[in-house]
Design a protein around this ligand. Structure first.
Ligand code: NAD
Length: 482
């Protein structure tokens, strides 16, 4: 059994109430360890440790802070194999993804913010003629809460923690209860890197207990959350009367818009990835595919053929393109969407069935699934499924596809495939999304603002946006005599 403990004040601790939750291996369906079912008392201990560490950490020089974060980054890379295996075991994602994307990106999150903090600056405003000078101080908030989901476990956990620490805050963090393992291993790395005790504290447990206790804690003044839209709404409701600073990165139902003049081969290859990478469990996946009529039939045929070549299997096999879905509950949820397709005239063009993987018969495997739908108004196009399921639909005009792309409650990202510059300019301006990719997908530059509009969230992460979120601006106005 591989058990997880809380990481508080630099030490690994069992939960105060000694209650535990089973942790499943999605690729086999077996319990392989237990994690703390933490409550308010554990969060209180974590807060206390963070509070005590704050005065010293917020006064370290930027150089010192930066060096420690760079060391954490390097140690993540030094332990890449162990971390990648742990991520795949916990989440079911292909080992190739864990090794090449998730863990390297966690390292980059630390190295990026280690450097960004040395370049972060604030403004000065001279009140000309009034003999006064204003400058803005950007001070760390104090103790902040970071709560992350299961789809990109260490990747998103560190995407929050790294800027929070770089800005001089101390952190109480909670990884998803479904995928706690790599966050657990991060504690050891932080100790080895010399991160002072209490600067980062990791509490494990369920959302409505442990997560809620973090949000509810009166002295945890800011919450950075990534997860589902419903959860985001609950957090906002609880935090608003306490006037907490909130960053909410929520769900998506992203359009992938394909015009006939696109670079077809590149579009096809990328669309397979943007549909099914990580079993479609990425908030940025293009789950609504709209194809211009002249190439619709060709695309349908080629896309089905390309997707039929994808290999679903044990995520530890290096040639598996798709591994297991994260949990049995999630598999059931995704299946129920597929089963509902026929209720509104949807036609399954490929997939739709669970897959039996040899020696892993109880794992949560599902075929990549393509459903042709008749209307953007159907449930499959309006609700986030967050699994290996995409819909496809033809369109006639720019105006029509724009209306369908925007006619959804979400607004995280959009992808556009065209070689026409004027169309690119017109459409990128009008697409309701926080991020628009043109002729590519998830090409990330960590300096750019990341986040969504509408029900996809509030606020932006990434680059200086994250450092602004994790600091309070203070205006100092000095009057002087001439
Ligand atoms: P979730 O909302 O169920 O859980 C996310 C985290 O919040 C977990 O750690 C969970 O324990 C915690 N939580 C749950 N209820 C809580 C509460 N009441 N108070 C405090 N914390 C609580 O989401 P999930 O199922 O883990 O992740 C999938 C969702 O995340 C999808 O909707 C996906 O689109 C979204 N997501 C968004 C982004 C983005 O950047 N916008 C990135 C990845 C995933």
């Amino acid at each position: 059994m591989k058990n997880v403990l809380n990481y508080i004040n630099g030490e690994y601790l069992p939960p105060v109430a000694d209650r535990w939750i089973d942790n499943y291996n999605p690729s086999s369906g077996e319990v392989y360890g237990q994690i703390p079912d933490s409550d308010k008392e554990d969060v209180a201990l974590a807060y206390q440790a963070a509070k005590e560490a704050f005065s010293s950490w917020s006064n370290t020089t930027l150089e010192e802070r930066s060096q420690i974060l760079l060391k954490i980054s390097q140690l993540i890379l030094d332990n890449l194999d162990e971390l990648a295996k742990a991520e795949t075991l916990d989440n079911g994602k292909p080992i190739s993804l864990s090794k090449n994307v998730d863990i390297p990106r966690a390292a980059s999150n630390f190295s990026f913010f280690a450097k960004a903090i040395t370049q972060f600056a604030s403004e000065a405003h001279e009140s000309v003629g009034l003999q006064a000078m204003n400058y803005t101080m950007r001070q760390p908030i104090g103790v902040v809460g970071c709560i992350s989901p299961w789809n990109l476990p260490l990747y998103l956990f560190t995407w929050k923690i790294a800027p929070a620490l770089a800005a001089g805050n101390c952190v109480v963090a909670k990884p998803s209860e479904v995928t706690p393992m790599t966050a657990y291993l991060l504690g050891k790395i932080c100790n080895e890197a010399g991160l002072p005790k209490g600067v980062l504290n990791i509490v494990n447990g369920l959302g409505h207990t442990t997560g809620q206790a973090i949000v509810d804690h009166p002295n945890i003044k800011a919450i950075s959350f990534t997860g589902g839209t419903k959860t985001g709404a609950q957090i906002a409701k609880l935090a608003a009367p306490m006037f907490k600073k909130l960053s909410l990165e929520l769900g998506g139902k992203n359009p992938n818009i394909i015009f006939s003049d696109c670079n077809y081969e590149e579009m096809l290859q990328t669309t397979v990835r943007s549909s099914f990478a990580n079993q479609g469990q990425i908030c940025l996946c293009g789950s609504r595919i709209f194809v211009e009529k002249p190439i619709y039939e060709k695309f349908k045929k080629d896309f089905v053929e390309a997707v039929s070549m994808l290999k679903i299997g044990n995520p530890f096999n290096t040639d598996s393109d798709l591994g297991a879905l994260v949990s049995k509950e999630h598999l059931e949820k995704v299946k129920s969407y597929i089963e509902s397709a026929k209720d509104f005239g949807g036609e399954i063009l490929f997939g739709g069935k669970t897959v039996n993987v040899a020696n892993h018969e109880n794992g949560y495997y599902l075929q990549p699934t393509i459903i042709e739908v008749k209307s953007n108004q159907c449930k499959l196009n309006q609700e986030e499924i967050f699994g290996p399921v995409v819909t496809i639909m033809p369109f006639d005009s720019e105006e029509e596809v724009l209306e369908m792309a925007n006619d959804v409650s979400y607004g995280l990202s959009a992808t556009l495939w065209t070689q026409n510059l004027d169309r690119t300019m017109r459409m990128t301006k009008r697409l309701q999304a926080g991020i628009v990719w043109v002729n590519t997908w998830v090409l990330r530059d960590l300096r750019t603002p990341f986040g969504g509009v509408k029900s996809s969230g509030v606020g932006r992460e990434g680059g200086f946006e994250a450092l602004r979120f994790f600091t309070e601006p203070k205006n100092i106005c000095i009057k002087y005599q001439e």
